[in-house]
Design a protein around this ligand. Sequence first.
Ligand code: SAM
Length: 478
Amino acid sequence: MEKIIDENKQGNTLVLDAKEDNSKKLYIESYGCAMNFSDSEIVASILADQGYNTTNLLEEADLVLVNTCSIRDKAEQTVRKRLEKYNAVKRINPKMKVGVLGCMAERLKEKFLEEEKIVDLVVGPDAYKEIPNLLKEVEEGRDAVNVILSKEETYGDISPVRLGGNGITAYVSITRGCDNMCTFCVVPFTRGRERSRDPQSILNEINDLAEKGYKEITLLGQNVDSYLWYGGGLKKDFKSASEMQQATATDFAQLLDMAATAHPKMRIRFSTSNPQDMHEEVLHIVAKHDNICNHIHLPVQSGSTRILKEMNRQHTREEYMKLIDRIWEIIPDCSISQDMIIGFPTETEEDHQETLSLMEYVKYGFGYMYKYSERPGTMAARKLEDDVSEETKSRRLTEIVDQQQKHSAIRTAEFLGKTVTVLIEKESKKNKDEWSGRTEHNNVAVFPKKNYNPGDFVKVKITNCTTATLIGEAVGHS
Ligand code: SAM
C-alpha cells in the first residue's frame, strides 16, 4: 500500500461509527503494510455483523485483535510488546479475549497458543471469514486456530467498513499473496500464492466509495502489476485455464483503464509495483488518464546486479534503468519512489556504491530504506549467512538515507513556482490554520485554509518547500 508501511499509522486503533444494536466491544490494532490496514477493515466488517462495535479503549474491550507484520524482526518484536500489554489488561479483565491476525499468526501458528499463553485466537490472512466460528470455539473454552491459506479467498464479497479514515482516501485491495519468491521475503509464506479479485467486485467497491464521497483510491496488492483475473484461482494456474478463460482474462492495465474510465473524477493510485512484472501497457494507461497519478512506487532493493540475482529479483541493474527511462519517455513528469534493503548477505562496499550510483541516476522522490533482517524459512536464511555486520549495515543505511534526503530535496524543489493540484485530506499537524493534502506526485502540500474544505481538489501555487513538504497558496478549485 503504499508503500506501504506508513510509520505514522503503526499501531493505530481503528474506530468506526457504532451500530445501535451492537453491544460487544472490539479493539483492533494494526501493524505493517497497507494490506494489513485494509484487512482490519474487512475483519471489522465481519465482526460488525456479529454484534461488535469498535472501541479505542483497550480496558473496555471484549475482544482485542492485533493484525501483525512479519516482514522484519523489529515488526514482530513490537507486537510481542503489545501482547505483554494486553496480558496486563487481561489480568484485570479475564473475560477479555485476545486474538492474533495476519502474517505473524501465519508464521508462528500454534506456537502462539502454546508459548504466549494470553492468546485465545490465531487467524491467518485467508481465514478471517472463520472468525465468528473461531469465537464460538473460544467461548466454549477451546483455543482456536485457523491458518489455512486459500487458493480462492480475495474477500471480494465483503464490503469493508472504513476504519478511522478521513472519508476522502481509501485502499481497494485487488490481489492477495505473492509468487515472486524474493529470497529475503517472508510474504509468500505468510500470505500464500498470488490470486486476483474479480474486476466487477473491484469496480463495485469503487462505485460505492464514489457514492460515499471518497475522492482518491489506491489499488492495493503486494505486486499489483501481476494482477490477472481469468475467472478465479491462482495466478500460477493460468497456463492450465481454458482457451476461453485465457482469451477473456483481465490484466492490470485493463483493470486500471476500466477504473479510470468509469470514474474520471476519482483520483487513482496503485501500489506496490514490481519492476519484473511492470508492463509498458500500464505506463500508457497512466499517461492516457488525467485521473491516474503520475507516481510509481518501484522498489529496487539494490543497485548491484550480483545482489539482485542473490535476491532472486528477475532483472539486472541495467534493465531497471531502462525501465526508468521508458517510464519517463511515456510519462515525462512521473515521480518515482523506492524500497531498498541495505546489507543483504554478501553485500560488498562495491555493491553498496552501485546502490548509491543507481539512486543518483534516478533521484527518487522518496524512499523506504531498511537494514536486511533475516526471516526464518526464507531462501536467504537457509542458504546465505547474514554476514554484513550490524555496524556496517548502520553506516551504509545512513549513507543511503542521506543520499535520499538530498534527492528528495531536489525533487521537491522542482515544484517551486509551479501550480499543482492538491486533494485536501486534513488539517496540517503543525498549523491549525492550514490544510494538508497530497499532489498527484505524492508530495505533501500545506497552505492557508481560506474557504476550502477537506475533499476539495485545489490549485496551489508553490512558493516554498522543505525536503519533503510543499508550501503554497491556494488559487482556486481545480
Ligand atoms: N512488491 C514489493 C517488491 O517489489 O519487492 C514488495 C513489498 S514488501 C512486502 C515491502 C518491503 O519490505 C520490500 O520492498 C523490502 O524493501 C522490505 N523487506 C522485505 N523483506 C525484508 C527483509 N527480510 N529485510 C528487510 N527489508 C525487507
